[in-house]
Design a protein around this ligand. Structure first.
Ligand code: ADP
Ligand code: TYD
Length: 217
């Protein structure tokens, strides 16, 4: 399989965090702000973000929590991600755009790794083989799972296969994401998501602008 980490001139940004933490809301807000400032922006999401990956998304997010074995689930997320990369992310980066994705590989590391810790080596090996790309910058929206779970389940989207895993699981996810941020402080920027949308958004936009300025130097 060819490597996917070819030359790119754009900026790759991801949003991560537990379910209902405000990733979609904030990814959209950041995209709108950057567009208003004159940037060319592609806003996308996982699982999904390309025609094929959106088809795989339905297999992943609908149905009962035990629909897939953990191993099969990891393969499906990687299949979706590879298509998303090939069809959406890399073409936009090669065109010099800012790509903002609502979730990327950190979600697999944390969700599938948290479901069964012994699977983390499989997650990492598959990522290296099939994906091989990391975001330049990741916003980790951190918040209390009780608060975010109440937000998420209130949506009744029919896509609650993962959210139905419950509060204890969301707490493990939160801890896992924070550990990732401690391990990679250069890439992951932690944002306190337990505030108003406007406050969260102001922090994100400020950090993004500082980051873009530093990159120009
Ligand atoms: P995620 O993409 O992380 O699951 P969403 O952006 O979809 O989260 O937000 C989940 C729900 O919470 C939505 O109904 C959204 O309108 C609401 N929401 C998002 N951010 C905030 C916030 N800062 N305060 C209160 N509600 C919020
Ligand atoms: P998403 O639509 O982002 O859900 P939410 O808006 O509730 O945060 O993602 C759907 C579910 O898929 C979500 O519960 C997290 C899960 N997921 C994984 O388990 N592994 C992954 O690699 C990705 C991208 C998502």
């Amino acid at each position: 399989m060819s490597r996917t980490g070819a030359h790119r001139s754009g900026v790759f940004v991801s949003f991560e965090g537990i379910d209902g933490s405000g990733k979609s809301t904030q990814a959209r807000a950041l995209a709108e702000t950057l567009r208003a400032l004159g940037h060319d922006v592609t806003l996308t999401r996982e699982p999904g973000g390309s025609t094929g990956a959106e088809e795989i998304r339905r297999l992943l997010v609908e149905g009962t929590p035990d629909r897939w074995s953990p191993e099969t689930e990891i393969l499906l997320f990687n299949a979706a991600r590879r298509d998303h990369l090939e069809k959406t992310i890399l073409p936009a980066l090669e065109g010099g755009q800012i790509v903002i994705t609502d979730r990327f590989a950190d979600s697999t590391r944390i969700y599938q790794g948290a479901a069964r810790a012994s699977l983390r080596p499989l997650v990492d090996a598959l990522h290296d083989l099939a994906i091989g790309v990391e975001p330049d910058l990741t916003f980790l929206i951190d918040m209390d799972p009780e608060q975010s779970l109440a937000r998420g389940l209130a949506r009744q989207s029919g896509e609650d296969r993962f959210e139905e895993l419950g509060l204890a699981f969301q707490q493990r996810l939160r801890a896992g994401f924070l550990e990732l941020a401690r391990a990679e402080p250069e890439r992951l920027h932690v944002i306190d998501g337990g505030r108003s949308q406007a406050q969260v958004s102001a922090d994100i936009v400020a950090h993004m602008q500082t980051w873009l300025k530093a990159r120009e130097r």
